[in-house]
Write a protein that binds this ligand. Structure first.
Ligand SMILES: CC(C)(COP(=O)(O)OP(=O)(O)OC[C@H]1O[C@@H](n2cnc3c(N)ncnc32)[C@H](O)[C@@H]1OP(=O)(O)O)[C@@H](O)C(=O)NCCC(=O)NCCS
Length: 157
């Protein structure tokens, strides 16, 4: 379809998600389960990819993930995601997770992830996605870095 092949600006894919950490999200130390945070990362990445291509997508891979700081019960999780680069049928989505203390407003960087999403057609086969028009400020650097990471992850594949 014509609309699908037209390159789309980076800002079109932006996602901001906010969640509060509830008791059922936490382990015995009152810290959010890593898997809970990973599920939110996947959800944010899916939404960013869908906003970019407007085609159904699946998660192909997530690059290594390091939890830098725990997220505590009652704290606010903030996830920001956007498409860094669009390839043929795949897209790299960058997701940054911050935790916010609701009483002080202090924020900490919990983790960042690079997620590869692949667009599938109605028969479940990979299908081309629109190109990405890089953001003016740091879009070209993001795309260059994304291409470098893609080469490394396809070698690992
Ligand atoms: C991801 C998937 C569609 C790729 O299918 P495939 O038969 O390997 O298809 P292709 O080799 O044509 O690759 C399609 C695209 O995926 C990319 N890709 C495939 N495996 C990848 C990986 N491990 N990491 C990053 N990108 C990957 C390829 O580079 C290609 O991108 P491009 O067209 O932009 O160059 C297929 O492996 C799949 O369906 N996996 C399961 C996805 C899923 O269910 N996720 C949820 C898990 S619960």
């Amino acid at each position: 379809m014509k609309n699908r092949s037209r390159p789309r600006p980076a800002h079109a894919s932006k996602v901001e998600m906010t969640e509060v950490v509830l008791p059922e999200d936490t382990n015995q130390y009152g810290h959010a389960w890593g898997g809970r945070v990973m599920a939110l990362i996947d959800k944010a990445a899916v939404i960013a990819a869908l906003r970019h291509c407007r085609i159904n997508v699946v998660t192909a891979s997530v690059d290594s993930l390091t939890f830098r700081a725990p997220v505590r019960l009652g704290h606010i999780l903030r996830l920001r995601a956007s498409v860094n680069a669009a390839f043929r049928t795949s897209m790299e989505v960058g997701v940054k997770v911050l935790s916010e203390d609701p009483l002080t407003g202090l924020q900490a960087h919990c983790c960042s992830a690079y997620v590869t999403m692949v667009a599938l057609d109605a028969t479940g086969r990979p299908t081309p996605v629109p190109g990405l028009v890089p953001a003016e400020r740091d879009g070209r650097r993001r795309r260059r870095d994304a291409r470098r990471r893609r080469r490394a992850r396809l070698v690992r594949r």
